[in-house]
Design a protein around this ligand. Structure first.
Ligand code: PAF
Length: 279
């Protein structure tokens, strides 16, 4: 695996890759890689000839008081995993390389995608995500890029951004990878105490029960959502939302025959977890 910490070095390497006619597939990450990321790398390999990963903890997508400073930075261990996953190039720039002056030009996703659900609790989050991904796309110029569906709203925002800017990049979703007890893998799981880790799969089980109820014909969505939130609260969680939404735009369903998804976000102690299930 070739490592690059400057834009110039990565561009130079990828220029010859492109000249050979190879298809470049890109997996952007913030590092602290787990099996969910590695599954994306392996999926990327099946979609192209040259797999490029990035590791960059993007300050722009964290709000003041969030976990930007304590976000785990584990570059050496990450590199070992990427080599084992057969990744060809890693772009891991220092902050001043990607944001040499304050980044004043930004990508502002539309409020109907960015200010709901996660965006309502983390204002500006998707502006930060869209801005860094747009910048990474201009640096890597991939043919395709992969994003995990655990961050379903991010996947929706970024695939819409690519479509509306007519970027020639195929956006490929990756399935959520779960621990044996159902907990969706996430770098933030590492913040959980052993006791919290045992409790954490309840978010998944709660979403599963909602999805099952909807599948078996219960259309009392508001009731199901508030019951699920009450369940979590009763077990010491502080839920932000449990929401049954249309998969296409994450807005409340208007008919009973459209593809749905149930999404949840809740705090367990000081750790905020998110998850979702397609129904
Ligand atoms: O999903 C993530 O890890 C980040 O939001 C991303 C897409 C790498 C942008 O910083």
């Amino acid at each position: 695996m070739q490592m690059h910490d400057t834009i110039e070095s990565l561009r130079r390497a990828l220029q010859s890759v492109r000249q050979c006619g190879q298809r470049i597939v890109f997996v952007p990450t913030m590092g602290n890689l787990h099996d969910g990321h590695i599954a994306l790398m392996r999926q990327a390999r099946a979609h192209g000839d040259c797999v490029v990963a990035s590791i960059f903890v993007n300050r722009l997508q964290f709000r003041p008081g969030e976990d930007f400073d304590k976000y785990p930075r584990t570059l050496a261990a990450d590199c070992e995993k990427l080599v084992a996953a057969n990744v060809d190039h890693l772009f891991a720039p220092p902050e001043h390389e990607l944001y040499p002056t304050p980044q004043r030009y930004v990508v502002e996703p539309p409020p109907e995608h960015a200010d709901i659900l996660e965006g309502a609790f983390r204002p500006g989050h998707f502006r930060g995500v869209a801005t860094v991904v747009m910048k990474l796309f201009h640096i890597v110029e991939p043919h395709a890029a992969l994003f995990g569906k655990k961050d379903y709203q991010q996947y929706l925002v970024l695939s819409t951004m690519v479509r509306e800017f007519a970027l020639p990049i195929e956006i490929i979703p990756g399935e959520t990878v779960r621990a044996q007890d159902g907990l969706a893998l996430s770098s933030r799981n590492g913040y959980l105490s052993p006791e919290e880790r045992r409790e954490a799969p309840r978010l998944y089980r709660t979403l599963l029960a909602v999805a099952e109820a909807v599948r078996t014909g219960d259309h009392r969505y508001a009731h199901l959502e508030s019951e699920a939130m009450a369940q979590l609260s009763a077990h010491g969680w502080q839920p932000d939302y449990i929401a049954i939404r249309r998969r296409s735009d994450l807005h409340p369903p208007s008919k009973t025959d459209e593809p749905l998804i149930v999404l949840g976000a809740a705090r367990l102690g000081t750790t905020r977890l998110i998850d979702n299930l397609e129904i």
